[in-house]
Design a binder for this molecule. Structure first.
Ligand code: SF4
Ligand code: SF4
Length: 395
């Protein structure tokens, strides 16, 4: 007897995908040109034709749990060639955004982060928080010194300042306050990611087994991690971007931003060790090699993100939505405020330096706190999906 499959359209999901940039999804008439055109679709059950029909039918479970939507690098080749103007590349991007919202916990925060009307709240929270920390640091230095002395004696000092003649950010925001804000925020983001990605991995495996996209019936985590390691060079070299035609020039700015984040992560870790393990607080001299890495990474971040913004503005066929601007805005402001802080400090413009540092801290907070909910999360989801494709022999 033929097995029957009862499709139950999720109309809310269709509306969600349309709102996130997949407005054109209903235009698809299933000609399959896009799947033929896609330079990175696997031969077995290629994308994005099947995703287009699933999206127009509102088959949320099929799409959200599919690793294939993350293998797409949004090059736009399929969108260019679609005879119906259904923009499959944009639809897949919208589905990915819906998937991030679905897997991220708490969902209410994911909805707030992706709602443009809530942006003022997202900005006001860190703005007030860091203003309070600056006030305590500058106006109550003596009280904090006494509190620290009462609790830690001479073992741990309140101030990491060097002296009055040096402009040090620690004079404006206590280093303790900064780290006591960012370490828990970053840790929470990592834990949310681990939880979300574990569920995501289990789901894409079940989906791959169901749709015959893998020959692995069980999920072996050790082998999966080995597969993840295998795809690291592909991610770093951006090989998949280079296979595309339409938006080939996206690869360079993407790589600049990726490597600048890696560089800044290394710099932050080394300065953290320098401060708390070696007891050597900043500011560090410009001849310090770690400082070189920080400056090079900062410049790469500014240029890379500026190029991304320029490309978006120049390409009228590429639709850009709030989720894209939110991410681009954070990344650019992170680099720009970091470099402006440094330049103002070197120019001895004390209050201008502090002002830019204040904006820089707000940018870092936005990046860390909302990382699992914003488009930035696609890096982690795509990495896991690529690792799973390697693991499941989906080539
Ligand atoms: S999205 Fe366009 S190219 Fe792809 S199947 Fe539909 S109509 Fe054809
Ligand atoms: S946007 Fe590019 S990578 Fe994504 S499905 Fe279309 S052709 Fe393939």
């Amino acid at each position: 007897m033929t097995e029957k499959y009862l499709a139950q359209p999720d109309l809310d999901f269709i509306a969600q995908v349309r709102g996130l940039g997949g407005e054109t999804l209903k235009k698809c008439y299933q000609c399959a040109t896009c799947s033929v055109a896609c330079p990175i679709a696997p031969e077995n059950s290629p994308f994005p034709r099947k995703e287009m029909i699933a999206a127009s039918w509102g088959l949320k479970d099929r799409l959200i749990c599919s690793g294939d939507i993350w293998l797409c690098h949004q090059c736009g080749d399929c969108t260019d060639l679609c005879p119906r103007g259904a923009a499959p590349g944009d639809v897949l991007s919208a589905v990915r955004s819906a998937a991030i919202t679905e897997y991220a916990t708490p969902k209410v925060l994911a909805k707030i982060v992706n709602d443009p009307q809530k942006l003022p709240i997202l900005l006001i929270i860190p703005a007030i928080w860091f203003a309070i920390l600056a006030y305590i640091t500058m106006a109550h230095d003596d009280i904090m010194t006494k509190i620290f002395h009462a609790i830690f004696g001479d073992f741990i000092q309140w101030s990491h300042s060097h002296g009055e003649h040096i402009i040090a950010q620690a004079d404006f925001f206590s280093t303790w306050f900064v780290d006591l804000t960012f370490v828990p925020t970053f840790t929470a983001a990592v834990l949310i990611f681990l939880f979300s990605l574990k569920n995501f991995l289990d789901d894409i495996h079940q989906n791959a087994v169901l749709e015959g996209k893998t020959d692995k019936t069980s999920l072996n985590y050790k082998e999966f991690i080995q597969s993840l390691i295998k795809v690291v060079p592909t991610v770093l070299k951006h090989n998949k971007f280079s296979e595309c035609e339409t938006n080939k020039d996206r690869a360079t700015p993407h790589m600049m931003v990726l490597f600048s984040f890696i560089g800044l992560f290394i710099v932050t870790a080394l300065f953290f060790i320098s401060l708390y393990v070696l007891q050597k607080p900043g500011p560090y001299p410009q001849i310090n090699p770690v400082k070189w890495l920080a400056n090079i990474s900062g410049v790469a971040l500014v240029i890379g993100s500026a190029l991304m913004i320029k490309n978006r503005l120049a390409d009228e066929t590429q639709l850009t939505f709030y989720k894209d601007w939110f991410l681009l805005g954070i990344v650019f402001s992170l680099g720009a405020t970091g470099m402006l802080t440094e330049m103002a400090r070197l120019a001895h413009f004390t209050w201008i330096c502090y002002f830019f540092y204040y904006l820089h801290l707000i940018s870092i907070f936005l990046l860390f706190a909302f990382l699992p909910f914003s488009k930035m999360a696609h890096i982690a989801y795509r990495f896991v999906a690529m690792g799973y494709a390697e693991y499941g022999n989906r080539k």
